[in-house]
Design a protein around this ligand. Structure first.
Ligand code: PGA
Length: 259
């Protein structure tokens, strides 16, 4: 794991977007794994700026997203399909038919998950996977207690995730948040060749500490990234504030990135 500690989330988002832009320039047919949530939005804006400036094109890029709520159609303003269309896909030159989000309305959700795994495999696997982290240490909707070998499946949200996400739903009501989702598994995520996880704000400090300096455990599913050989964790000062070795990580990553 490489821990990159920036002063602000804007600075971290620019750095992470720069890595993705350079990777797409190098391989215009790259396969990206994408995430929703408020965390990646500044990075998506930076990626869109590079497209507008004609530095890069996503015409041949294919994407697979991490997860989707069960019971929300792609037209619902809280569905992750809707989020991706608004926050990234409509701002870049990607073909919508090359973008994949699990279908939360699938009649047979188990089959939908198996199909998704198959599609990713057929495409040759994910080259770069973007991740956020939940305040409880989850990646995608892999809540504490999920096997670190899990595959894409139907999952239940914990009360703490429902509480975190309620802010985005109608009047912030927790009972508006779906209780189930379809989610890529931890094992599926860890097969990506490169991982970029973004974590910003005080609310993520405990989760970042658990992921980086706690033992590898199903009670913090992000800790599975400790076993990945190309995982980059982009933090701001607040989310990195509880790391014991933060000065060492900052020095090491600055050296590796030539900052
Ligand atoms: P957030 O969500 O970016 O909205 O904080 C992150 C997550 O739950 O993975």
């Amino acid at each position: 794991m490489e821990i990159v500690i920036c002063k602000t989330k804007e600075e971290a988002s620019k750095l992470a977007a720069g890595i993705i832009t350079a990777a797409v320039q190098k391989n215009p047919k790259i396969i990206l794994g994408l995430a929703t949530g408020s965390t990646p939005v500044p990075m998506y804006n930076e990626m869109a700026k590079a497209v507008k400036a004609k530095k890069v094109s996503y015409k041949q890029v294919k994407t697979w997203n991490l997860d989707e709520y069960v019971g929300l159609p792609g037209t619902h303003d809280q569905s992750y399909r809707y989020f991706m269309n608004k926050n990234l896909f409509e701002k870049i030159d990607i073909k919508l038919s090359n973008t994949h989000v699990l279908n939360g309305m699938a009649k047979d959700p188990v089959k939908e998950c198996a199909k998704y795994e198959e599609q990713i495999k057929k495409a040759g696997g994910i080259d770069i996977q973007v991740l956020g982290i939940g305040s409880d240490g989850h990646i995608a909707f892999n809540e504490p207690g999920t096997s670190l070998n899990s595959r894409t499946s139907v999952v239940y949200l914990t009360p703490s995730t429902i509480k975190d996400n309620a802010r985005l739903f109608f009047k912030g009501k927790e009972n508006e948040v779906p209780t189930q989702a379809l989610s890529m598994g931890v094992g599926t995520i860890c097969e990506a060749k490169k991982i970029i996880l973004l974590a910003f704000g005080k609310n993520k400090a405990d989760a970042v500490k658990g992921m980086v300096e706690g033992g590898m455990s199903q009670f913090c599913t992000a800790s599975a990234l400790q076993a990945h050989n190309d995982a980059w964790i982009f933090c701001d000062e607040e989310s990195a504030s509880k790391l014991k070795l933060r000065n060492y990580y900052a020095w090491r990553s600055a050296t590796k990135l030539g900052l």
